[in-house]
Design a protein around this ligand. Structure first.
Ligand code: SF4
Ligand code: SF4
Length: 66
């Protein structure tokens, strides 16, 4: 499960982009997008995010948890 950006919480600060060791995150329309083919699930982006906008929960789990 690659990192996932919660767009509603993201402030577009790009800290996660700079934190990613493999450049898996790029900015599109002021929001970061993770390329799951590149992401190594190191969680550095999640630790760098000051807004709790990055998760590793699957979409199915997010939906069932509301
Ligand atoms: S560090 Fe968090 S708030 Fe900043 S751009 Fe990345 S996801 Fe958005
Ligand atoms: S988990 Fe690691 S490799 Fe994946 S996007 Fe975040 S910083 Fe990059």
């Amino acid at each position: 499960m690659a990192a996932f950006i919660l767009e509603k919480l993201c402030r577009g600060c790009k800290r996660c982009v700079n934190a990613c060791p493999v450049q898996a995150i790029t900015i599109f329309s002021h929001l970061p997008v993770v390329d799951p083919a590149i992401c190594i699930e190191c969680e550095a982006c999640m630790e760098s995010c000051m807004h709790g906008a990055i998760t590793f929960t699957s979409s199915e789990e997010r939906e069932s948890n509301g």
